[in-house]
Ligand binder design. Structure first.
Ligand SMILES: Cc1ncc(COP(=O)(O)O)c(C=O)c1O
Length: 493
């Protein structure tokens, strides 16, 4: 069958037509007059609304063009049109996946997609899991279960883990220990062992990948350590979880094999093929051993915001969620998702959108989501190679997935910081050829460890960071590089 990028208007039309017919099948009724709106007021307000949404970015306070490959800043991109159409159709019905009374079809779809995501990680069939409002909520649930299992113990995570872990530990009144990270951004296993020796830790959080540097914690290498200390493993794969598709043995997403590794990290130019280098791939495969995992379909799963997911290896942890509801849970004896989640109301539309998107773009290495992620990997490796060959930009570290970190070539941290900030600001401000990046604050010690020529004349420096999470970045990355290099040249000259 021919493949094409779906036209959102015709998808929406089909969705609206079908829901119109479904509504009509229940017979006519009058809309209440209180629900009508003044047409003039609507016209004016809608114009203002759309105007505010589409105002020019930066100084004018408008949105950045998250859809465009010249946006290479944060983890942001619009959902796939298939997800938009599915979401819109379900939103008109507005099922609530709290209980099956709230909408059996999307409740069922949620169970199906959660099963597929768990299978992608290689978790056992009898896992427990559900969708959540996002990664924060999903991590909160995983840490809540961690606390219930070890009420007297705390959690440990890398200093580079997402800030949500320390915040959630605070909310849960759990002791939280941040363990130092290597200059490349991976948790330091020796430092972790020192923390585990105290006997105070019940669960260790490892990230796949980290939000800032895009590093993957050494999950496979940590397993025996965690077992030795009888400690649980929670993997925060909110951002990078779908890369597991490209990490399974035999996953071939291009004609070339990645180069073998000599150790220490992915090598320069390695993996230009779009497969995950074995150095990193084994840690994604080791997620199969985790006690709990979080993944955000609203990041790499082509979904609109409001779609996270938490998975537990041992379904008996469902007991910690047990509660009664006199209002719901009465239409069937089957599991109501609200019985195993902390949130009450949740959009059935989120489950429906993920379900349809994964039907069209399945969780596979060689079709569907796999090749989409592979293009981002290739874009990141290509940009890293261009930066390495550049005299005005320096690569902070080799990208492990699709996040590239770099900085303008300068002698001191003050100069690096100022030039980086200038590239960041001037890139956005240029109306003719804008480029949208993000910055990341690095501590001097780690910067200098990887780049000993830098003089540490201040404790921190901002480096530049680009999340290449759109497959379209692959064809655009040479232009991105040329633009950023030219901005860096004028910032450092
Ligand atoms: C690794 C990681 N964990 C957790 C979160 C928080 O997820 P959310 O923003 O969906 O609440 C993020 C967000 O960027 C993340 O990158």
């Amino acid at each position: 069958m021919p493949r094409r990028y779906p036209d959102i208007r015709s998808l929406l039309e089909q969705a609206h037509d079908t829901i119109d017919q479904w509504e009509a099948s229940f017979g006519p009724f009058e809309r209440h007059p209180t629900m009508s709106v003044d047409e003039e007021r609507l016209g004016t307000a809608l114009e203002e609304y759309l105007g505010r949404l589409t105002a020019p970015p930066a100084d004018d306070g408008g949105n950045y063009p998250f859809f465009h490959p010249r946006y290479a800043g944060q983890m942001l991109k619009p959902p796939h049109p298939v997800a938009m159409a599915a979401y819109t159709a379900a939103m008109r019905i507005n099922p609530n996946n709290h209980a099956l009374d709230g909408g059996p079809p999307t409740g069922q779809m949620e169970k199906e997609v959660v099963r597929d995501v768990a299978a992608m990680f290689g978790l056992p069939d009898d896992h427990l899991g559900h969708l959540t409002g996002g990664g924060t909520m999903a991590n909160l649930e995983a840490l809540f279960v961690a606390r219930e299992l070890h009420p007297d113990k705390g959690i440990a995570y890398s200093a580079d883990a997402h800030y949500t872990h320390s915040r959630m530990a605070h909310i849960l009144r759990m002791e939280a220990r941040a363990v130092s990270a290597t200059p490349e951004g991976r948790i330091d296993l020796n430092a972790l062992e020192d923390v585990l020796k105290t006997g105070d830790i019940g669960t260790v959080v490892l990230s796949a990948t980290t939000t800032g540097l895009g590093a993957v914690d050494p999950i496979a290498d940590a397993l025996s350590l965690l077992r030795r200390y009888g400690v649980r493993l929670h993997v925060d794969a909110a951002y990078g979880g779908f890369f597991a598709l490209l990490a399974h043995n035999g996953a071939e997403v291009s004609e070339n094999e990645p180069l073998p590794l000599s150790g220490g990290g992915p090598r320069s130019g390695e993996g230009v093929t779009g497969s995950i280098p074995e150095f990193t791939a084994r840690h994604f495969r080791a997620i199969a051993e985790a006690d709990s995992v979080v993944i955000d379909p609203h990041k790499h799963g082509l979904q609109p915001y409001g779609c996270g997911c938490v998975l537990f290896r041992d379904s008996s942890v469902g007991r910690f969620y047990r509660h009664d509801s006199p209002y719901t849970y009465f239409t069937s004896e089957e599991l109501h998702l609200g019985e195993i989640s902390l949130e009450c109301s949740r959009p059935g539309a989120a489950a429906g959108a993920l379900w349809l998107a994964l039907k069209c773009l399945p969780l596979e290495a060689e079709e569907g989501l796999g090749p989409i992620l592979a293009a981002g990997l290739r874009a990141a490796r290509r940009w890293a190679a261009l930066i390495e060959a550049s005299d005005v930009l320096e690569l902070y570290t080799q990208p492990e997935t699709d996040i590239v970190t770099y900085f303008p070539n300068a002698g001191t941290l003050s100069l690096v910081d100022a030039a980086g900030q200038s590239v960041f600001e001037r890139g956005m401000a240029d109306a003719d050829d804008p480029v949208f990046l993000s910055t990341y604050r690095m501590d001097a010690e780690r910067m200098v460890a990887l780049h000993p020529h830098l003089e540490a004349d201040r404790p921190h420096a901002r480096i530049l960071r680009s999340v290449l999470m759109k497959p379209e970045h692959e064809a655009f990355v040479d232009r991105l590089h040329a633009r950023v290099a030219s901005l860096a040249r004028s910032a450092t000259s």
